[in-house]
Design a binder for this molecule. Structure first.
Ligand code: GCB
Length: 612
């Protein structure tokens, strides 16, 4: 855990320099009541499996387009009749917002709002000895700042990952309050940057809770199946605050498997445990085991599947056997109600549609999705591509931006490294081919491999064309285990029939996933096979694409764009798009378009892809 030093003054805006990895320099107009060192947030693996006091529900809120609240809203003062103090805000009489939830979909006036929003919520607490308490935030888009009882507890940058603020020193017995400022202003030096093809939903978009742990506790662990030895589980457990020689225990009761290990000076204990008779996790048999990790008085019970994934030449091997990834791309947007997805039901609806389509794989684009999606993918047997929000052209030359991307990667991997479903870490989507970009993403790829050498590294690359030949030769491919490629033959280029005469040259002898392809269609709009925006046009694109894809020798998977129509401010064709990207195989209201059934048939009959 890194500490940060906060200098603050009642008069001058304070510049707060944060630890390089977790949060990068942020300017805050803060005037903390008691300037005290604030700890940077930490990553906790399996946080959703720990007993917690939920803070979900109604939070008081204040819209603050001029960033005025940084001068004192965190004090949560209340104006009383006859008060002589010039108090110009009051949470207790302000409108509320639901957490988890983006604000855009909760109030019409906030539909396009980008800026700071203040949140406040009361809670009661009884501190216990030898206990630490963390404020767990599932995600807050994009920058966020937290105070408990007017004491600054942490700040964070990055809109799609979970983090935990140590609030032990700030809570007291009885009534407490937490104030958060969440700012979704898009930043030129943000990750992602100013322009994305999705809605910039702001707020506390995922669940918030208080997690109590013993003084020394397991903050991170990685347990996976060995690639080398059959039925051998390996990995490590890290104990934060461990005394030298602290003992760690891992047990899988169903297998009668148990082992103990001792944490080294760095708090980490290496785990190696025989698990004879273990049933491997796969899309057909998504077997999950109860795994108990103990460290002194701390105990966490996770549900983990065990499988291996690797490449051999141009094959992707799951549990040692070649697999073709029949996939679909999915945005983290809620079906029917739109807005950010964050419930089990959202996850089950989205992934249920993917199953119905015949998928064994989903690309969770373009940022790490809610833990509920990953839990559902584990349960339902869907392999996952998880993506860091390095999207289009970010500031490759800026080391601060690299630190942000790495911090988001740390949180993504640290949070979700025990999900059997995840087989691919994607570093980026559609990035321009230049040296600074390649260096940036290579650095990230190396970082991801250090954090997790058990999964495959990929990125969705742009493809270039020479005449009728599509060429995949982006130098970034060298740094990847699996090549992702996006193409829109039949939509942004050529006609649907153009796919019939398009050939492919992939300059890498590595597995290729066609990570995007597709076409827009308004559900219910019908016409000829070549009438844009009709369901027939979209179906026609899929029909011709399927033939073309089968001519790519290295093709080992695909995740067409996209399962469901989603909101995007870039899509403004009235009567057709109305603010939605319409490339969904299903409309935002759940209507399946013709192309859904074309792809479903190809997946069910296995007429696309290399036979497994
Ligand atoms: C892309 C992007 C994706 C867009 C999609 C589109 O290449 O990766 O984020 O939404 O195209 O619909 O144009």
């Amino acid at each position: 855990m890194k500490h940060l030093l906060a200098r603050s003054s009642a008069i001058l805006p304070a510049r707060i320099v944060l630890s390089a990895v977790t949060v990068v320099a942020l300017t805050v107009h803060a005037a903390s009541a008691q300037p005290a060192p604030v700890k940077a947030p930490i990553v906790i693996t399996g946080a959703d499996r720990r007993p917690a006091a939920s803070l979900d529900g109604d939070w008081a809120s204040i819209v603050d387009p001029y960033s005025n609240g940084f001068s004192g809203y965190f004090r949560n003062q209340k104006f009383h009749a006859g008060d002589t103090r010039p108090i110009e805000y009051d949470f207790s009489t302000s409108q509320t917002l639901k957490v988890p939830g983006d604000w855009n979909m909760q109030r019409e006036s906030l539909f396009y709002y980008e800026g700071p929003m203040w949140y406040e919520r009361d809670f009661t607490y009884q501190p216990k000895e030898h206990t630490r308490i963390f404020l767990h935030i599932g995600a807050a888009n994009y920058r966020s700042y937290f105070w408990v009882n007017a004491q600054k507890v942490c700040e964070h940058e990055g809109g799609f990952t979970s983090f935990n603020c140590d609030v032990t020193a700030a809570v007291h017995a009885g009534a407490n309050f937490v104030v958060a400022a969440v700012d979704n202003t898009r930043l030129a030096d943000g990750v992602p940057t100013l322009k994305t093809d999705w809605w910039n939903y702001g707020g506390l978009t995922r669940s918030v809770s208080l997690i109590e742990v013993p003084d020394a506790f397991t903050d991170q662990y990685d347990l996976h199946l060995s690639r080398r030895e059959a039925d051998q589980i390996e990995g490590w457990v890290h104990v934060m605050g461990a005394q030298p020689g602290a003992k760690v225990e891992v047990e899988i009761p169903e297998l009668g498997a148990k082992t103990s290990a001792v944490a080294g000076g760095d708090g980490r204990a290496a785990i190696a445990m025989a698990a004879p008779g273990l049933e491997r996790w796969s899309p057909e048999t998504p077997k999950l085991y109860k795994v108990i990790v103990r460290a002194g008085p701390d105990s966490i019970e996770d549900l983990i599947g065990f499988r291996t994934v690797e490449t051999r030449g141009t094959e992707i091997l799951l549990n040692g056997k070649p697999i073709f990834l029949r996939g679909i791309s999915i945005h983290g947007e809620a079906p029917y109600r739109t807005g950010r997805a964050n419930t089990d039901k959202d996850a089950e609806t989205l992934l249920g549609w993917a199953k119905e389509l015949g998928c064994n794989f989903v690309r969770l684009a373009h940022y790490p999705h809610d833990e509920t999606m990953l839990r559902a993918a584990d349960r339902m047997g869907l392999l996952v591509w998880s993506e860091n929000p390095v999207y289009w052209a970010i500031k490759w030359e800026d080391p601060k931006v690299l630190a942000k991307a790495q911090s988001e990667l740390d949180e993504e991997i640290g949070t979700s490294r025990n999900h059997a479903a995840i087989i691919l870490w994607s570093m980026a989507n559609e990035t321009p081919n230049n040296e600074a970009r390649t260096r940036f993403i290579e650095t990230e790829a190396n970082h991801a491999r250090e954090l997790d050498p058990t999964r495959l590294i990929t990125a969705a690359l742009l493809v270039r064309a020479e005449g009728h030949t599509k060429i995949v030769d982006d130098p970034l491919g060298k740094a990847l285990d699996v090549i992702g490629a996006n193409e829109y033959v039949g939509w942004y280029e050529q006609t649907p029939e153009g796919a019939d005469t398009t050939e492919w040259r992939v300059d890498y002898q590595k597995p290729v996933i066609m990570s995007e392809l597709g076409a827009g269609a308004k559900a219910g709009l019908h016409g000829g096979d070549n009438d844009r925006w009709t369901e027939e046009y979209q179906a026609n694109v899929y029909r011709h694409q399927l033939g073309m894809l089968n001519r790519i020798p290295q093709l080992r998977g695909m995740s067409p764009w996209v399962l469901v129509d989603f909101r995007s401010p870039l899509r403004n064709l009235p009567g057709i798009q109305d603010g939605f990207n319409r490339k969904g195989l299903i409309s935002d209201q759940g209507q399946k378009k013709l192309a859904f059934f074309i792809l479903q048939k190809a997946y069910k009959d296995k007429t696309v892809g290399k036979p497994e």
